[in-house]
Design a binder for this molecule. Structure first.
Ligand SMILES: [Ca+2]
Ligand SMILES: [Ca+2]
Length: 193
């Protein structure tokens, strides 16, 4: 019953075209500058800034916290011994009684949160034969424990698991780290190899 007339269609097309042009021209130019930032005022790198001068824990500390079966927020010698045995039981031990070094990355990803986390398979494999023995595994983890145990009382507390984040000078972006006070309080928490 209603047939659109060609003249009406033409008018509609012209109107639509005019509206599109108006929309394009009313759009703010993209070169408006960085004024359209997030309303919350969160600065880029704000998280890094909040970490600046704070404290963090190394991945190996995550492993040690899981050994606190007594839930007293400290890991003692017995918990360490049992914890290392439990971790060794998680590894794919071959018939030779060792674990291929390449298999350690899977364990590291699960137990330490990252396949590249330290100590890595090179740090475990003291004699560099490509295999991790239980002795090597136990010795390395015990050494890490002793490094973190700052007061050498055999108990690893949460405070001992923390290390300071290096202070950085805000002015020099990429100009290197300032301060230089970022060493772990225990003195060399990083494995030598
Ligand atoms: Ca080895
Ligand atoms: Ca201690």
């Amino acid at each position: 019953m209603f047939e659109p007339r060609p003249a009406a269609l033409a008018v509609t097309s012209i109107l639509l075209g005019a509206l599109l042009i108006a929309a394009c021209t009313s759009r703010p130019p993209p070169r408006g500058g960085p004024q359209g930032g997030p309303p919350g005022g969160a600065s880029p790198g704000g998280q890094t800034a909040s970490l600046n001068g704070g404290q963090i824990a190394r991945p190996i500390a995550l492993l040690f916290t899981g050994m606190d079966t007594g839930h007293d927020y400290a890991v003692g010698p017995a918990e360490l011994t049992a914890g290392i045995s439990a971790e060794w039981a998680h590894l794919p031990v071959t018939s030779r009684g060792t674990v291929p070094a390449v298999a350690m990355s899977d364990w590291a990803e699960t137990a330490l949160g990252n396949p590249e986390a330290l100590p890595n398979h090179i740090a475990f494999d003291v004699n560099l034969d490509g295999q991790i023995s239980e002795e090597e595994f136990r010795a390395r983890l015990t050494d890490e424990f002793d490094r973190l145990d700052r007061d050498h009382n055999g108990e690893l507390t949460r405070a001992e698991m923390l290390m300071d984040v290096p202070l950085r000078s805000q002015g020099s972006a990429g100009g290197g780290m300032g301060g230089g006070g970022g060493r772990p309080p225990g003195g060399g928490g990083r494995p030598p190899r």
